[in-house]
Design a protein around this ligand. Structure first.
Ligand code: SAH
Ligand code: SF4
Length: 348
């Protein structure tokens, strides 16, 4: 176990207290903060404007890492890279970097495991271990920011689509978002961070009330309760009608378009009936549908839909005036799907 304090967990005020408690002047807090959030230092030795004695003192008491890197995989085309971190208490966290043209999109985790149990999802299949701390969420981004900076590059987008349900860990996730978007800290535009939720209705309403500007993606995957109940257990608690009401509330309060995520499973939720039901549900709403052919996982027998079925599904949606995009599965050769790298590691 590591009992050093992770500086990523601290707000600026907390860092100031930590540093002044060590007998240092206040301005050192600003210097250290800038090293963390503007220059992405991963250690104290780089901090050139900090006296050496204080750097040694910091290194003895604090860290700038969320854990050890225990696995690292690159896709064959080298455009996707996945890192598996092991946290001080032994938990695993996955983070994926996807390069696409000028975009550098990070897919980050908000929990170790997930409590929602969606049947097709590798993370859902492993169950819930614990929430990630603010620092463990922010630290995933800073790690890759550091790496990209080595070649003059930077993180352009973040999607909270790694392990975990972001809105189940609401407080820490949104504190991390605030840190990542704050001009005084990481300074990424709020619109560049997408939060994906399985549809936790009260949390979505809170999100709307806070008039959050980060785009929200909602994992719908089925347009009838009979079908969604089979895939997403939490649908029994907050069925489709309630999720859709909450979505409309988010659109109304934030003025921002909602994205619906739909993993197309062959012969399951890719039927013309499901497409029609979805068309009727979201017709006229400020929304967009992302269609992602299922990424097969060990614990679920479903297969991705064929091209023909994907095209047909999209065609039906278009007939309702509902826009959609078919997403390519990136990094499939490196288990870049949610939860899959940890699975491979833990199961040998
Ligand atoms: N818990 C959140 C965010 C993490 S999952 C949520 O569920 O939205 C990110 C996205 O990956 C979700 O849309 C989820 O449904 C999808 N997903 C999970 N497993 C998948 C799989 N095997 N194939 C395709 N998409 C998957
Ligand atoms: Fe959790 Fe999202 Fe996976 Fe469902 S799809 S089990 S909510 S991570």
């Amino acid at each position: 176990m590591n009992d050093k304090i992770n500086l990523y967990d601290l707000s600026f005020e907390e860092l100031t207290t930590f540093i002044t408690d060590l007998g240092q002047p206040k301005f050192r807090a600003q210097q250290v903060w800038d090293w963390i959030y503007k220059r992405f230092a991963l250690g104290f030795e780089d901090m050139g404007n900090i006296p050496k004695a204080f750097r040694t003192q910091l290194a003895a008491q604090a860290t700038l890492t969320i854990g050890a890197i225990v696995d690292e995989l690159r896709s064959n085309d080298n455009q996707t890279k996945k890192v598996l971190f092991q946290l001080p208490d032994g938990q695993y966290v996955e983070t994926v970097l996807m390069k696409y043209e000028k975009r550098r999109t990070l897919c980050i985790s908000t929990q170790a495991g997930c409590a929602m149990g969606c049947v097709f999802c590798a993370t859902g299949q492993m169950g819930f271990f614990r929430h990630l701390s603010v620092g463990e969420i922010v630290g995933q981004v800073l790690y890759f920011a550091h790496e990209l900076a080595q070649t003059g590059d930077h993180v352009t987008n973040i999607v909270m689509m790694g392990m975990g349900e972001p809105l189940h860990n609401y407080e820490r996730t949104l504190t991390a978002v605030d840190r990542l978007t704050s001009p005084d800290a990481f300074n990424l535009g709020a619109r560049k961070i997408t939060i994906s939720t399985v549809g936790l209705v009260p949390a979505m309403r809170r999100y709307a009330d806070e008039q959050r500007q980060t785009p929200l993606a909602v994992s719908l995957h089925a347009a009838t309760d009979a079908e969604r109940d089979k895939l997403i257990p939490v649908n029994r608690r907050w069925p489709i009608a309630e999720v859709l009401d909450a979505c409309r509330y988010v659109v109304e309060k934030t003025g921002r378009r909602i994205t619906f995520e739909w993993a197309l499973i062959n012969g399951e939720n890719d039927t013309i009936e499901q497409a029609q039901a979805l068309g009727k549900l979201v017709q006229g709403m400020l929304c967009h549908v992302n269609l992602i052919p299922l990424n097969p996982t060990a614990g679920y027998g479903g297969a991705p839909s064929s091209h023909e079925r994907v095209d047909k599904f999209q065609e039906v949606l278009a007939s309702y005036g509902v826009s959609s995009t078919v997403r390519v599965r990136r990094g499939i050769d490196i288990q870049a799907g949610c939860g899959q790298l940890r699975d491979r590691h833990v199961q040998g």
